[in-house]
Design a protein around this ligand. Structure first.
Ligand code: ATR
Length: 284
């Protein structure tokens, strides 16, 4: 829904539970300031049930919100709530963006396109062979992104085999035993960690990366800490890397374009501000 008058500020936000940790308000506020836009991007904590989520979305629409980003545990709720769903969101089974208009709510998944953009930023032709660690919602989005980037040989390794098999069957991928993850790296063009291993407070990821070819790219979706042990070792071995912050910044671009009406730029200055914020929160 458009703001009530042309002088009214544009309203958008991020909905999650918890939501205080989200860096999205920092990103959008920096972009709005840069563009001189009269707008607010607000963190909104909504309890975990679908009913609470739907009620909150109905209220935001009445108030005149242009749209929201959606984070855990509401990404599936966002897809269910929407009247219109992008192909990407449908394939991912989850949405991280809802845009409101008089015609209804439309759902998108920019986590997927954000990851693809972050990889493309490093490599215009990232390769064909990928190893993805993990089989949760994040892995699903990463697999869709890798397919969009042209990867044709995608393998999944996950601690719980059944989840790896389910994801592999859904997307026609190969499965690697979790215990063999370090033994299948020889021809791999990209290694992606989508598990929570390496995140502060979680066990570290045990992964021997010495067999990767020098040109292989290593990506980790974890952003607290920003330099996970995996990325630190990747850099020591002179591999190019994609960190969780790159993905986070790129996933925010479509929402800003949609709701604030301007193109946003992912650059070193933005990264610097976000690193400062993470430092302030004691997360790097
Ligand atoms: P998300 O939707 O964010 O991907 P998730 O569905 O909870 O979150 O998935 C977390 C991923 O981290 C899973 O692949 C999980 O493996 P399981 O499917 O076996 O649970 C992985 N993970 C979490 N803790 C792990 C651990 N200690 N060792 C190995 N994998 C772990």
């Amino acid at each position: 829904m458009a703001p009530a008058s042309s002088n009214a500020p544009v309203l958008a936000g991020v909905v999650g539970h918890p939501v205080r940790h989200s860096l999205s308000p920092v990103i959008h506020t920096i972009w709005a300031k840069r563009a001189g836009i009269n707008g607010y991007y607000i963190p909104i904590d909504v309890p975990p049930s679908y009913d609470e989520f739907a009620r909150a979305m109905d209220s935001l629409r009445v108030v005149g919100f242009a749209g929201v980003n959606v984070t855990l545990p509401h990404k599936e709720h966002a897809l269910r709530y929407a009247d219109k769903k992008s192909e990407n969101a449908q394939a991912a089974g989850a949405a991280n963006m809802l845009t409101f208009s008089d015609a209804g709510a439309s759902a998108e998944n920019s986590d997927t396109t954000g990851f693809a953009e972050a990889v493309r930023e490093q490599r215009s032709e990232p390769g064909i062979s990928a190893l993805v660690l993990g089989a949760g919602g994040a892995a699903r989005g990463v697999v869709l992104a890798l397919k969009a980037l042209g990867f044709t040989d995608i393998r999944i390794a996950n601690r719980t085999m059944e989840r790896a098999v389910a994801l592999a069957e859904a997307f026609d991928l190969a499965v690697i035993e979790w215990g063999k993850r370090s033994q299948v790296l020889e021809n791999t063009d990209i290694l992606v960690n989508t598990t929570s291993l390496g995140m502060s407070g979680q066990p570290s990821l045990e992964m021997e990366i010495g067999a990767l070819k020098p040109s292989a790219l290593i990506a980790d979706i974890v952003y607290a800490p920003l330099k996970t042990d995996l990325l630190r070792r990747a850099e020591e071995n002179s591999h190019q890397t994609v960190d969780g912050l790159a993905m986070l910044m790129h996933q925010a671009v479509p929402g800003f374009r949609q709701w604030f009406g301007e193109e946003a730029s992912v650059d070193d200055e933005l990264r610097g501000e976000l690193v400062k914020e993470l430092n302030r929160r004691g997360k790097t």
